[in-house]
Write a protein that binds this ligand. Sequence first.
Ligand code: ATP
Length: 202
Amino acid sequence: MKFRKLILQGFKSFVDKTVIEFPDGITCIVGPNGSGKSNILDAIRWVFGEQSPKELRGDSMDDVIFAGSENRKPSGYCEVTLVVSDVAEHIAEKWGTLSEISITRKYYRTGEREYLINGKKCRLKDIRELFYDTGIGARSISIIEQGKVEKIIQASPEEMRLFFDEIAGITKFKERKKEALSKLSSTKENLQRLADIIGEVE
Ligand code: ATP
């Protein structure tokens, strides 16, 4: 899977629609301090579904929306789209696409939010599932920003285990196990309730 294009609008300092292309090979983003380099990494992490404002260097989720400047009003919403190519065949088939797929996240100051795959509304879970076996994700070890190396070196055994799980591709199975256990638990509760009702009726 390869990143092809990142489209930002109203996200942090990127108030106007900005398209960043990733050609084959290594892409370097350079610029003066405060010019928005880390905001681009935040956008990638965000479109993968990061839910913690702290991980996005903010205090609340509203901090990802352009906050205004001397001559621009704050934006009412923000939107990030990531286009990736060379997707696995089963993913391309599921989403009726060729080798490219786009994922989009939108967030409004009113609190409304939307996730889209190829422009069609979807759940965050669908986006996460696309990237389960790829080692790419909001908290992925493949996004190395300032301070990440120290974070990895100083990681607790539990945190280190999460990195290895992701690289080994077993996160998907852990997530499914969590879902199955949760369904099992609610089914047990329903059975218990049913037994209580039957007990009352008899
Ligand atoms: P450095 O090289 O110093 O790490 P950088 O290029 O990585 O800098 P960023 O941290 O990406 O810079 O960008 C910081 C800039 O983004 C600051 O000028 C900050 O005011 C601006 N910024 C962050 N959030 C918002 C927002 N919600 N609205 C408007 N501007 C924002």
